[in-house]
Ligand binder design. Structure first.
Ligand code: VGL
Ligand code: ZN
Length: 198
């Protein structure tokens, strides 16, 4: 068994005062830094959208943030503009220890497709390349932490488990957006997919 710690989207825009702030999002940073010290392999993800990305409400006339729309690939929540490539909001939280990361995988760069999961874009078919990276390194086990529990952590954990990786989510080192019951649904879906939740 070779194990990696997968740290999802600990970026300024998901922390208090950020464009898509997750309440208490920054509270997990010290815990994650401790976990980074305890793992031989650390991988970080970074939400990384071009300006005018199709997941932004501002790209859809008459739509407000947190409303739904239909994309060719299915239902999509419309978000405030966030994690614009190269912006301060897209940068990692300043206290996150990024020095030990073997890989930083960016996602959400395709203008027409959102990407919650670290493995596949929201069309559920376009790969990010993370699966190949893990397999070629012989990594079989993943510990997930980060933001947000009910979106990018959940989608990444579901894909990881469905791809056959032994997958564990550490809730103490995650925080959720939690709108319209999304956290309860995420926990339910992860349990059904045999994700270990602690
Ligand atoms: C995320 C919404 C939009 C996340 C990213 O990191 O959970 N959520 N983009
Ligand atoms: Zn995003």
């Amino acid at each position: 068994m070779t194990k990696a710690l997968l740290v999802i989207d600990v970026q300024n825009d998901f922390c208090p005062l950020g464009a898509l702030a997750v309440s208490d999002g920054d509270a997990i940073v010290p815990l994650i830094n401790d976990m980074i010290q305890d793992h031989a392999i650390v991988i970080l993800t970074q939400d990384w959208h071009p300006k005018g990305h199709s997941s932004f409400a501002s790209s859809h006339a008459g739509k407000a943030p947190f409303e739904m729309t239909k994309m060719p690939y299915g239902d999509q929540v419309l978000w405030p503009d966030h994690c614009i490539q190269g912006s301060q909001g897209a940068a990692f939280h300043r206290d996150l220890d990024t020095s030990r990361a073997d890989l930083i995988i960016r996602k959400g760069y395709t203008p027409s497709i959102d990407s919650y999961s670290a493995f596949f874009e929201n069309d559920r078919r376009t790969p990010t390349g993370l699966e190949g990276y893990l397999r070629t390194r012989g990594i079989t086990e993943l510990e997930l932490v980060g933001l947000a529990t009910d979106y990018c952590v959940c989608y990444s954990a579901l894909d990881a488990a469905n791809l056959g990786f032994k997958t564990r989510v550490h809730l103490a080192a995650c925080r959720a957006i939690d709108m319209d019951g999304s956290l309860d649904k995420a926990l339910h879906d992860m349990r059904n997919a045999k994700v270990d939740i602690i």
